[in-house]
Design a protein around this ligand. Structure first.
Ligand SMILES: Nc1ncnc2c1ncn2[C@@H]1O[C@H](COP(=O)(O)OP(=O)(O)OP(=O)(O)O)[C@@H](O)[C@H]1O
Length: 239
């Protein structure tokens, strides 16, 4: 059987819920291996809810969905950690453990995902830190790093288990424009090496500088720039 052509994300007639409220309906799109896709839409339009459904934080109750060959509609809670090993998740607020070093933050995740061999953990930690340009930071505490460096550690953490896709929710939201651009370049490098990326953002400057396919949450639906033209800005209230 050849799985190589199956998309990393596939949604058919999906509805996204928060509690009993429908946030998005009739959601249909695929994300192919190695694709880079932005997710936009005004505040409250459903971007985070969609991402949460894709990484198993919200249940898929209506429609069919698959991520990294996990069937979201039939995903027992027990299976969620296995899905999480196939995807990398990056939030706006860094969520590092501030009472331990960078290396210990990464080792914590490796231990929790079944890496029993200490020397292999050490090797993997140095590989991912090298990949995000932070090879000298292993023994630093998070508070000794800048915001951009902390976000790089979060990216390194998301890469530990070689995910097929990164889900990033406003990864540059708390960073100044120059640092945001550096993080964006890092995402591009990671993407160029074959990892798909789905990135929710309000940063239209970044989208204009690095144009890619865009999914837009609007009026309870998801528009897809591969299917129809739409304005990035409409319905968005700049602050
Ligand atoms: N935990 C929750 N419980 C109930 N409703 C929620 C919850 N989180 C979000 N919602 C509601 O779901 C809808 C979509 O919110 P969501 O956070 O997905 O939007 P968003 O596009 O990610 O917004 P933002 O750009 O501000 O992050 C909103 O109406 C919001 O109020």
């Amino acid at each position: 059987m050849n799985f190589s052509s199956s998309p990393v994300v596939s949604l058919r007639d999906v509805a996204i819920y928060q509690d009993v409220n429908t946030v998005l309906s009739s959601v249909n799109f695929d994300i192919e291996k190695g694709e880079f896709v932005y997710l936009v839409g005004r505040t409250g339009s459903g971007k985070s809810s969609l991402l949460k459904t894709l990484y198993g934080d919200l249940p898929l109750l209506v429609g069919q969905g698959a991520v990294a060959e996990f069937n979201l509609g039939k995903l027992p809670r027990k299976q969620v950690p296995y899905l999480r090993r196939k995807v990398g998740i990056i939030f706006q607020d860094f969520q590092l453990l501030f009472d331990r070093s960078v290396a210990e933050n990464l080792a914590f995740v490796l231990r929790a995902t079944g890496w029993r061999d200490k020397s292999k953990r050490k090797q993997r930690i140095s590989e991912v830190l090298m990949r995000v340009g932070l090879d000298a930071a292993a023994n630093k505490m998070p508070h000794q790093l800048s915001g951009g460096e902390q976000q790089r550690v979060v990216v390194a953490r998301a890469l530990l288990n070689e995910p097929v896709i990164l889900f990033a929710d406003e990864p540059t939201g708390n960073l100044d424009p120059l640092v945001a651009d550096e993080i964006m370049q890092l995402f591009q490098e990671i993407n160029n090496q074959g990892t798909a990326v789905l990135m929710a953002t309000h940063n239209y400057e970044i989208i204009n500088r690095y144009p890619r396919r865009v999914l837009k949450c609007e009026k309870g639906h998801v528009l897809d720039s591969n299917v129809q033209e739409f304005s990035l800005i409409s319905g968005y209230q700049a602050s």
